[in-house]
Ligand binder design. Structure first.
Ligand code: ATP
Length: 234
């Protein structure tokens, strides 16, 4: 569904991704884990069209989208839940959700999408008229995911959805992500919370210093001593 070949991204003279290649299969919940500064956010931004690549190629559903203008990525079926949520704090929860479905194709399904987002995150129902800034951290993350889902994406990109949330809320969030995936949306998740990410992913890659250094099912990765030592504390 998504094929990334030899992707290179740099900030000025400083490379952040050094020729990253990977595939995401249809309906897959794929996870990219790695330490601070490995390049996870850079990868997500490149896949959402927010950063231009210096080299390499991104194919989505058989189409080369490497040079697609940033504002066309959403239309192409890719939505991002950015790190730190980036909600419109002064606007209501309903308005934040509606903003997710501004494009004509998504707007036609707005009522249906709103109903499925509220079924996924019932806590948002009572908050629809409230300003996004007044929500708890967990509810804000739900809203950020809901806003992305309002665009009816076929690929959902999530950047560190566990950041700053309590373990219980993280667990609820990941269950919701699994449900979204089970209903047919492919998911690419980048995470520092390796234990949680490996619990839900079908398959995972390990990104270190801008390079993919390992790939496998969660079970296979967890059997590797160096991965367990580096990421799981054992
Ligand atoms: P974190 O979990 O801390 O967000 P990450 O794996 O997402 O880490 P990135 O944020 O993608 O990593 O950063 C990858 C590299 O690119 C790091 O060396 C970082 O310092 C550098 N970098 C990131 N953003 C910029 C920027 N705007 N300008 C210059 N360098 C940047």
């Amino acid at each position: 569904m998504l094929e990334v070949h030899d992707l290179q991204v740099a900030y000025g003279p400083a490379p952040a991704l050094w020729g990253v290649s990977f595939v995401l299969r249809p309906r897959e919940l794929l996870c990219v884990v790695g330490p601070n500064g490995a390049g996870k956010t850079t990868l997500i931004h490149a896949l959402a069209g927010m950063l231009r690549s210096r080299g390499g190629r991104i194919d989505f559903e058989g189409r080369d989208i490497t040079a697609l203008p940033p504002h066309r990525f959403c239309e192409a079926g890719i939505a991002i839940v950015p790190e730190g949520r980036r909600l419109f704090g002064g606007m209501s929860v309903r308005e934040n959700l509606e903003i997710g479905s501004l494009l004509p194709a998504a707007k036609a399904y707005r009522a249906k999408s709103m109903a499925s987002v509220l079924a996924l995150f019932p806590a948002l129902q009572a908050k629809l008229g409230q300003a996004a800034a007044e929500l708890s951290g967990g509810q804000q993350q739900m809203l950020a995911i809901g806003r992305a889902l309002m665009a009816c994406p076929r690929l959902l990109l999530l950047d560190e959805p566990s950041l700053g949330l309590s373990p219980l809320i993280v667990s609820e969030m990941f269950s919701a992500i699994q449900r979204v995936n089970a209903e047919g949306t492919a998911v690419l998740l980048v995470e520092q919370n390796v234990a949680m990410a490996l619990r839900v992913a079908h398959r995972a890659y390990v990104l270190e210093q801008g390079r993919m250094v390992a790939e496998g099912t969660p079970d296979a990765l967890m059997q590797r001593d160096e991965i367990r030592r580096a990421y799981l504390g054992s």
